[in-house]
Ligand binder design. Sequence first.
Ligand SMILES: Cc1ncc(C[n+]2csc(CCOP(=O)(O)OP(=O)(O)O)c2C)c(N)n1
Length: 613
Amino acid sequence: MKYPFLDQINHPQDLKQLDEKDLPVLCEEIRQFLIRSVSKTGGHLASNLGAVELTVALHRVFSSPEDCIMLDVGHQCYVHKILTGRKDFFANLRGLGGISGFLRPSESEHDCFVSGHASNSISAALGMARAKKQLGVSGRSICMIGDGALTGGMAYEALNDAGQSGLPLIVVFNDNEMSISKNVGAMSKRLASIRVRPGYFRLKSSVKQVLGRLPKGDRLVDVATDAKKWLKNALFKETLFELLGFYYIGPIDGNDVNAVCNVLEEAKRRNQPVVVHCKTVKGLGYEPAEQRPNVFHGVSAFDVETGNPVKPKEKDFSAVFGASLCQLAEENQRICAITAAMSEGTGLSEYADRFRDRFFDVGIAEEHAVTMAAGMASQGAIPVCAIYSTFLQRGYDQLLHDVAIAGHHVVFGIDRAGLVGADGETHQGIFDVPYLMTVPGMRVFSPSSFAELNSALRYAASACTGPVAIRYPRGGEGAYRGDSMDQPFTVLREGDSCAVLTYGMLINDALAAADQLASVGIHVAVLKINDLTTFPDLAESVLQPYSSIVVLEDCVAHGCLGQVLATRYGKNRTFALLNLGARFIPEGTVAQLKHLYKIDADAIVATVEGMHG
Ligand SMILES: Cc1ncc(C[n+]2csc(CCOP(=O)(O)OP(=O)(O)O)c2C)c(N)n1
């Protein structure tokens, strides 16, 4: 497909050559490119479609990389990547060896900061502005943040600091009234009541022109500006941003590219912190995404004509978690569910409909979610907090300080534990085993099948007393369908002198490897660990028959189960630890990544064969 204007853009500077009237056409071409490209690779479509004009305007008015343009979450970075010379790499967006679906500084000088987890953009941009001033480095500091990301506490901490800094930081507020699903919270309600007034900017510039022509016109412009500010405040009431010390512009139509360019120019002229409030439509320009922006927030490959996924969605662990929780909530009135803006991703949609009074979406606020859960537990409720492994990293201190010290009974559903695939470094759930196992009093369960997730959740909610986590992966189950959750571990295959220990989905690799090895006469035992925190204390007698042990894990090395076991029981036997080492793992399919980093069946076979000389 030909894109007459887009094909001329290889660098953001090229944007500056285009005529104003051609910008809307360019935006339309970008939309067509995005729809076609993401329909093949999957990715964050709706957020990018909504932010086309904002991104084009940012790159037209500012000069990246000298001006730093930070994008919150970064899931809406596709337009930025298209405009900064990476259009031709979109065929391998989020694929192994391809471009990231988020900002990644090692990928381009135009990606000024890592993004992936929400609500850090204002802090990062303020840091850049401060360092630029301190070191005399030229360039402006700009960030774009959505109303969803603005529900996260870090954003308020940063606004509070930035507003009093007086620095010329520009915050572009992309307000589409949506997080992944409908946005939540008081701020969101207040902002939703502020309507775009297109006449406001026209009125403003014509008043300026007319007054400017009169004698003493400059003074009149000043008086009129004050009066207009008063009028604006009367119309929109004083915004939070103004209270915090920002100059507030808006709200404007964020899908009108030339209007956005104009206000960004105005923001650029001001030597102070500015918020530019832009109303946008998530999914704009692609009917299915406009109708169902939540579905098209993050999509797998789809048919452009119908909007339907190419492969139907298989039943996954999140759905089982949601269904099991509904069942438990039916039986026990004390149970409640908490999500940090991920009700659909964590399988809680049905629960949210059926148990409205016992469902709490707190916004993108994992720290708050964890402490609030502890508060609820302190009064006798049984909170079940469903949070992705990677996002619970945000709530680690709250887990230690607010939940664990007092030993509150909070159940954590750790979704997307282990490798997640296409979302790459910022989203892999490869730290939770070490960070959970170090919390005193914490129980950590790792089911390997739907049936085991169901059993683990029931046990955690009704039989445990302190903090307890159940970690389960993204996607569906494998060949193993058993349920041995009533035991802390189970021996799935007897063997000779070598045992393979693992948990979660990797049990399927261990069993496959055991089959392969058996065919060449090597008989390994396969031990499935269900309760990661209890097992190390039981392991002495369990490991006694084996002289060599392979521990297979999809987490980082430091603090993993294998390391705990090897430290305690490694004196009289050989341990081979197959894990992800000390590194961040980029995007790729889970199968590709497991193979590349040697934590699959092939790796077990090679390791065991190596041990057998
Ligand atoms: C700490 C954290 N929690 C959860 C998420 C998952 N997440 C990604 S985008 C998103 C919604 C963002 O909404 P908004 O900022 O309004 O952007 P939009 O997609 O609507 O443009 C969420 C919850 C995340 N990236 N980081």
